[in-house]
Design a protein around this ligand. Structure first.
Ligand code: NAP
Length: 678
């Protein structure tokens, strides 16, 4: 069979393998199936193309434009995923593994598409946090803003997730407005190449937004500038080599690292055999050991159980592992496929031998195991291997050796403090899980171990029906960890986008900040609307447009009526003496909700018009009590506009209620949906 030629995509052209190309083997048959890499690739031209063409094209789009682009890309990939599945079997992955890699990657892109529309503005500047008051009179304020880096993101990925690994970095990068050059690990780059080709062929991406290097990166990293970002996933060894390059250090080039980690799972003291938690623990550990043949950065490498339960866990886990059918990843019955390559298999065996110097192998023999439907002597197959370490305090290598395959070590703990000490001996991990129904145990673990782990995953009978699994990084939650795990952080919703943006502290007057953020800042110019703003369409109302209402007096009858009508007869509204005893009130006061209702009565335009609905209030504060006899008036200002679909968008109004002395009595933001047309 002829070899697949795995191309790079450089400056708008597909470049075939050339000098220096490397051979890639099929994980299942061991046969060479493809080649990739070309030492003559013009990496400087690729960087220039990204900076000069990709960056400007992406930055011309708003966050919402880019979010829509992500949604279109994810949809397109979803329509073409069968071809990705078909190709991915050669990496040793099963169909269940594809769901994590391919569907998981597409799903991640969808989440960023949706978060981009819901949590980011339809503009070019992202506001980070609230306006800071820097002056007494409010004429000089501060605001943190984020704008896209002006360079390129170089993504260097590990071999185990050729699609998810790319998309989980690409989605936040493109949403930020930064072009990417993706360099997948050579062993599985043929799957990434097909995914990139599918995206490029869709025509959805602007020119220069995405390029691909298969094979070596050449000297690309030496051409980076302080406006570029390197986002790396792989081994600690490679991370150290790359991040310590003098050029990167000298130019303070951002380096986000996700590297190997010795993730652990703890069986809670309450989760004894016979409980749903015990069964859940065994199931999760077995799944984490065998999914992707254990080649998962989040896989459980260390299993911690109360000393008295170690034998029970070994017995139950061994029973489950024995049911794991190993073999041809395409066969439906197969539960665990092959490792990615012969060299990876050798590496895992070497690491298992190191672990074996401190622990006894209690399940799985790499020299004697069944492989169904494939030639075990040719493919990179291994059985799941469980080790037991009787002296986890005296041991070292079980806490620092990552066998990147189906290998895990069980150890006993004396009490929760001991469990915490042991789990932290990984010196920083991506995730630790605790299977417990005891909330106090969970709290103790968070206090004792939180600082060592990027994610803590608790599961028990209440959550197991819907839980997502120890090993699944979710786009909503941060993925990364301290220390050994690389000290980096990815995903986590909009947090993940910030790795590709610069946060800048902007200081200036309210009008300056309003113009920069396209969000009205109190103290900024208030423009008079030509008509009541509720009669104006989404596009007609302008930021800063303001109306001031007439005053309305609040009477004792109003308070009484409201109290009896709503049932809210709280003493502060009904009993003058009791209210006076309260440090907050001068006597009977109006209900806050009465004031809100009166405010609406003052500012609404009652006729049918472009305002479709009131969808909520944010940041409501009652600042000063209102007594019978006081009068209130309202200032309503358009603060921000966010399109939601083709028909309407959200208008955020800044609302201030003042009394007859111009003291602010309440302040909030009102949200309405406004139609694009009348
Ligand atoms: P690796 O050998 O460190 O390779 C990672 C990436 O770095 C590959 O794309 C590799 O390309 C590239 N690379 C290696 N040397 C380079 C150099 N001098 N210049 C530029 N790029 C270079 O790791 P791996 O074997 O692919 O992946 C397994 C490791 O990744 C495990 O330790 C695992 O724990 C870790 N991992 C971590 C996460 C996470 O999210 N934290 C996720 C997955 C995997 P080539 O393939 O072309 O050499």
């Amino acid at each position: 069979m002829s070899l697949l030629e795995i191309n790079s995509f450089a400056a708008g052209h597909w470049i075939a393998p050339g000098p220096g190309a490397r051979e890639i083997e099929n994980a299942v048959t061991g046969a060479v199936m493809a080649r990739a890499g070309n030492d003559t690739l013009d990496v400087a031209a690729m960087l220039a193309h990204a900076r000069d063409v990709g960056g400007p094209g992406l930055r011309a789009m708003t966050f919402h434009d880019r979010a829509r682009m992500l949604k279109a890309l994810a949809t397109h990939l979803g329509q073409h995923k069968q071809a990705l599945y078909d190709l991915s079997f050669a990496t040793g992955a099963t169909q269940a593994d594809h769901l994590i890699d391919i569907d998981g990657g597409i799903g991640t892109m969808f989440v960023f598409a949706s978060k981009g529309r819901r949590e980011m503005p339809d503009g070019h500047v992202y506001l980070d946090g609230e306006v800071e008051q820097l002056s007494r009179g409010g004429t000089f304020l501060g605001q943190h803003v984020c704008t896209p880096m002006r360079g390129v993101a170089v993504h260097i990925n590990a071999f185990n997730f050729p699609v998810w690994g790319m998309l989980e970095k690409l989605a936040p990068t493109l949403l930020a407005g930064v072009p990417a050059i993706v360099k997948p690990a050579t062993a599985t780059c043929y799957v990434t190449e097909l995914a990139v080709r599918t995206m490029i062929d869709s025509g959805i991406l602007p020119a220069g937004a995405l390029q691909l290097v298969t094979g070596g990166l050449g000297d690309m990293l030496d051409h980076l500038t302080s406006q570029d970002v390197v986002s790396f996933t792989g081994s600690a060894e490679t991370a150290l080599k790359l991040r310590s390059a003098p050029h990167l250090l000298k130019n303070s080039i951002r380096f986000v690292a996700e590297q190997d980690s010795l993730n652990a799972s703890i069986l809670g003291p309450d989760a004894v055999p016979g409980t749903p938690e015990f069964d859940l623990f065994v199931k999760e550990v077995q799944r984490e050991m065998t999914t992707k043949a254990g080649q998962k950065c989040t896989a459980i490498r260390r299993i911690l159980a109360p000393q008295s339960q170690v034998d029970a866990v070994i017995a139950a886990l061994s029973k489950r592992l024995a049911q794991t059918v190993i073999g041809d990843p395409q066969a439906e019955a197969t539960r665990m496929g092959a490792l990615v390559s012969g060299s990876q298999k050798r590496d895992v065996l070497e690491k298992a031998a190191i672990i074996g110097s401190e622990a006894e192998r209690v399940y799985g023999n790499p020299d004697a195991f069944e492989v169904a439907g494939a030639d075990a002597s040719k493919g990179a197959f291994l059985p799941p291997m469980l080790f037991h370490c009787a002296d986890p305090d005296g041991a070292n290598r079980i806490h620092d050796t990552e066998a990147f395959g189906p290998v895990s070590t069980i150890m006993g703990y004396r009490d929760l403090d001991h469990a915490t000490q042991l789990v932290n001996r990984g010196e920083g991990s991506l995730v630790a899980s605790v299977i417990t129904g005891d909330s106090d145990v969970a709290r103790q673990i968070v206090l004792g171990a939180g600082a060592f782990h990027g994610r803590l995953y608790f599961n028990n009978r209440d959550s197991m029906g819907e839980s997502t699994g120890h090993g699944s990084p979710l786009p909503h939650m941060v993925h990364g960890g301290p220390g050994r795990a690389g000290g980096g952080e990815e995903l986590g919703g909009v947090r993940g986008v910030m790795h590709y943006m610069q946060r800048t502290a902007v200081q200036g007057s309210p009008d300056i900040l309003t113009a920069i953020g396209q969000t009205w800042v109190p103290g900024g110019t208030e423009t008079e609307a030509p008509a009541h703003p509720f009669t104006r369409t989404f596009h007609e109302v302008q930021i800063g447009e303001t109306i001031h209402t007439a005053p309305r007096q609040v009477t004792l009858d109003d308070i009484e009526h409201f109290a009896h009508f709503t049932g809210d007869t709280f003493y502060a509204h009904m009993d003058d003496a009791a209210a006076k005893r309260n440090p907050f009130f001068p006597g009977r006061v109006a209900h806050g909700y009465l004031l809100l209702s009166f405010a609406a009565g003052l500012f609404v335009e009652p006729n049918e018009g472009p305002v479709l609905a009131n969808t909520g209030l944010d940041n409501l504060r009652f600042m000063k009590p209102v007594e019978a006899g006081d009068s209130i008036k309202v200032r309503l200002t358009v603060k921000k506009k966010t399109p939601r679909n083709d028909e309407y968008g959200e208008v955020r109004w800044h609302v201030t209620l003042t009394n007859q002395d111009n003291d602010t009595v309440a302040e909030y933001e009102l949200l309405t949906m406004n139609a694009f047309s009348r």
